[in-house]
Design a protein around this ligand. Structure first.
Ligand code: CU
Length: 337
């Protein structure tokens, strides 16, 4: 090949690689990364993107150069010369992709095994998924509807499902894990950035799938300890109003229901400020109506609302005392509205 041609090929390659790199760097493809594991996964992502940009530049250079340099004259209807392959070229285009794919495999394996290695002082949180809500259980026995995590401490999330296949996904942690009935799956998260991030169910799991969301709240370790203590105290409070409010808040009710007293504005289920009117409409006394609605949601379906969206497991999950506290909290919160 003439020296001029090589210069042209190089020039086109550098320009098209530059354009591709500018697009890759300028667009905000990824949300912020909020965990150590996310940083490693992003490394694999950028490693692969870099390889892709180089391949793009080589291919673009070859195509653009050939289209311009070997363009046939408008009246040239002759066949091209017969060629018989090029052994050196074929070896190159077999060997180079093999090396690149192997490199990606090795880098991914290293990142996965690092992300799977569990620190000794890891916090363990059991995550229970069910249609259509999340429950997070802490070693102290506390359950919460939001995933509070201390910054800087490795946390192992252990997933179980009460019904169908769900998937846990926090984009800022970059990790996605299937939650399969009968199996316990895990991921490790070491939060690095204080903030509030969405927890998303990433596997179509039924009618209320789109509502199956929660939040992960990363706190400073001291704030996390305070939160843990405060939550545990509230749930066990002998004051039913405090306990009821905490149970309402910790079990995902607010994601689906409106209740002014709890600052909740969910729209998936009926407005719980209007419970007295709704009980009357159902022709039942208020307290048993609320209790049955929680323990056996399908016993009475509020007109205009879907069946099987409210979780069916609260009857089993709550102790009698917790249920009483929740019911009396809902009665007093909706009184006179
Ligand atoms: Cu789900």
């Amino acid at each position: 090949m003439r020296r001029g041609s090589i210069a042209w090929l190089l020039g086109i390659g550098v320009v098209s690689g530059g354009v591709a790199a500018a697009v890759a760097l300028a667009l905000p493809w990824l949300p912020v990364d909020a965990s150590r594991e996310a940083g490693r996964i992003d490394f694999v992502f950028w490693f692969v993107v870099t390889i892709c940009i180089v391949i793009f530049a080589v291919v673009a250079a070859a195509i653009i150069y050939s289209v311009v340099r070997f363009r046939a004259a408008p009246d040239d209807d002759s066949d091209g010369p017969p060629i018989h392959g090029n052994t050196r070229l074929e070896i190159a285009w077999t060997l180079i992709p093999t090396i690149l794919v192997t490199a990606i495999g090795i880098v991914s394996a290293i990142v996965l095994s690092r992300n799977d290695a569990l620190a000794k002082n890891a916090l363990r949180v059991d995550v229970v998924a069910q249609q259509f809500t999340w429950t997070f259980k802490y070693p102290s026995g506390l359950t919460s509807a939001t995933l509070a995590l201390p910054k800087g401490r490795e946390t192992q999330l252990r997933f179980t499902s009460l019904d169908v296949i769900h998937a846990f996904f926090v984009p800022e942690f970059r990790e996605n894990e299937d939650i399969v009935p009968g199996l316990t799956t895990t991921i490790n998260v070491t939060p690095t950035r204080v903030g509030t991030y969405p927890v998303i169910c990433n596997e179509l799991c039924g009618l209320g799938h789109a509502t199956m969301r929660s939040t992960a709240v990363v706190m400073q370790p001291a704030a996390f300890d305070t939160w843990l203590k405060g939550q545990s105290k509230a749930v066990a409070s002998p004051n039913t109003a405090t306990a009821g409010a905490a149970i309402f808040k910790n079990n995902g009710c607010a994601a689906c229901h409106t209740l002014t007293a709890a600052g909740a504005s969910g729209k998936v289920g009926p407005d719980l400020d209007k419970l007295p009117a709704e009980a009357k409409q159902a022709g039942q006394p208020l307290a048993p109506f609320i209790q049955t609605s929680i323990t056996d949601p399908n016993a009475y379906i509020q007109p205009g609302y879907p069946k099987n969206v409210m979780p069916q497991t609260f009857g089993k999950a709550f102790s009698k005392q917790q249920l009483d506290a929740l019911v009396s909290y809902l009665i007093s919160s909706s009184k006179g509205k």
